[in-house]
Write a protein that binds this ligand. Structure first.
Ligand SMILES: Nc1ncnc2c1ncn2[C@@H]1O[C@H](COP(=O)(O)OP(=O)(O)OP(=O)(O)O)[C@@H](O)[C@H]1O
Ligand SMILES: [Mg+2]
Length: 449
């Protein structure tokens, strides 16, 4: 059970500390006691065991006090910080009491090893909703500026009567992808930063959006290497709408999947994957007595997960739509590509097929709402526009945290982690010199180049 400590900050709180005063009184009594004993004429005779116990009692209490203080040091510090924060954030100036007699701010907190949870309980109509919603930001700024620790607002949520903030203290760091032996090799888990992992089971489908040069393809390179390194059985399918480096690497050096670069080959690739998906469902459904709702790879551990990367989907679809205009409706490729891609995104999870779509933009005409809702991993690299904030995260731009987008950074959302807002994302640094992509792909798929 989580036990929160509640602290009430009061304006002009007398800094007198009851415990400290108590200790001082005890100390004085103890010293006086010994003085009287020491200077008494027959002190040696009267120094019997009762005196000894009486003399040692304050000392014992004194030691207990010190231990109590040491154990509670963290809480004391937090109380003090919250008192100062209440004053600094002007939380004590407003009050429900018309005569302004009691000026208080109520906080509860739980200090953990990895995270600290702080709750602010506004009293009555003390603050407006927008003021309360702004407290996490202001508190973070205050704690950052007055302590020597990092205060990373991992989560914030407005509950019925209070706002709950979760703070971490270990700043997230970029991963460096420069050696196969350094990779985590976790089954169906792809570390994205030091603290964040793409859990393919939890968020099987993904979306990466960003302007040109923002680092989409490089991020895909890191993900692909980690994915193939995790299991020899895993296979990779690639659609590269720009027929760029990615396609040239995967088509020539990946021998456990397929690569497509135009409408026709993309459709064939998607048909093949849909066939595989239905075969996998069929194989799982043969065991009619199986009660478990498990994925294909869980049912058949010797087989691998499939990852489809659709890089530059917008470029591909735009091109296909342009050439479709000259074709009769039945022969048009774009709707066929759409329906097969959608089918994989919506139904691929249980067949252990994941899809990551990527592009400079992802308007609704390219990725419809039903597909978009299935994308549990969402990354926006570079600056996000108002329209993109809505498209990618379903939020207004002002609801997104301000993050540093230099050095291939951006924002990330991972479903199922109970986050309130997207988080800052630092894309892994892919070191092409130490881990040449094509060579590594060939090595990982069993064909040494
Ligand atoms: N995470 C990274 N680590 C190291 N270098 C990076 C990273 N991301 C991008 N770069 C550098 O920036 C260049 C452009 O990145 P990248 O090709 O991945 O962008 P993009 O978003 O795919 O652009 P486009 O939309 O034009 O395809 C890369 O060639 C690489 O040199
Ligand atoms: Mg690219």
């Amino acid at each position: 059970m989580k036990i929160f400590k509640t602290y009430i900050a009061r304006q002009s709180t007398p800094i007198k500390n009851k415990h400290e005063n108590f200790m001082l009184v005890l100390g004085v009594i103890w010293v006086l006691f010994w003085l009287i004993i020491s200077f008494g004429t027959q002190w040696l005779e009267s120094f019997n065991s009762i005196y000894l116990i009486l003399a040692l009692l304050p000392l014992l209490l004194f030691i207990v006090q010190i231990i109590f203080k040491l154990v509670n040091r963290k809480n004391k510090k937090m109380d003090h910080l919250l008192q100062l924060a209440s004053e600094n954030l002007d939380l004590l100036k407003k009050d429900t009491d018309e005569k302004h007699r009691t000026k208080t701010a109520k906080w509860s907190y739980l200090l953990g090893n990895d995270f600290d949870i702080i709750e602010y309980h506004p009293q009555g109509n003390q603050s407006t909703l927008s003021e309360i919603e702004d407290i996490p930001r202001r508190l973070t700024e205050y704690l950052e500026s007055t302590t020597r620790r990092a205060w990373i607002l991992e989560d914030k949520r407005l509950e019925n009567s209070f706002i709950k903030m979760t703070f971490g203290h270990i700043p997230d760091e970029r991963l460096v992808i420069d050696s196969l032996s350094q990779l985590a090799h976790l089954p169906l888990k792809i570390p994205l930063t030091k603290n964040l992992v793409w859990d393919i089971k939890k968020q099987p489908m993904g979306l990466i959006v960003g302007p040109t040069g923002a680092g989409k393809t490089t991020l895909i390179k890191s993900i692909v290497i980690e994915f193939l390194a995790n299991s020899k059985q895993n296979s990779l399918y690639t659609i590269d709408g720009k027929n760029s480096f990615l396609a040239s690497a995967t088509s020539n050096f990946v021998h456990t999947g397929k690569t497509a670069t135009d409408g026709q080959t993309s459709l064939e690739l998607l048909k093949e994957l849909n066939r595989i998906m239905f075969d996998r469902y069929h194989k799982m459904n043969l065991d009619i007595l199986n009660e478990k709702d498990i994925t294909y790879v869980e049912a058949f551990p010797n087989e691998g997960h499939i990852l489809l990367i659709a890089d530059e989907l917008l470029a591909l679809i735009s091109e296909v739509q342009a050439s479709d205009k000259t074709k009769p409706t039945k022969e048009r490729l774009a709707p066929q590509i759409y329906s097969r891609l959608l089918s994989l995104i919506v139904r691929g999870r249980q067949a252990s097929i994941s899809v990551i779509v990527s592009g400079q933009q992802m308007p609704a005409c390219i990725l419809r709402t039903e597909a978009r809702d299935s994308l549990g991993l969402r990354i926006a690299l570079g600056r996000v526009s108002q329209v993109q904030a809505q498209e990618i995260f379903n939020r207004g731009l002002s609801d997104l945290p301000h993050v540093n987008t230099s050095n291939f950074g951006g924002l990330i959302w991972l479903d199922g982690l109970d986050w309130e807002t997207p988080k800052e994302f630092k894309s892994p640094q892919y070191d092409d010199n130490k881990l040449p992509f094509k060579h590594t792909l060939a090595y990982l798929t069993g064909q040494k180049s």
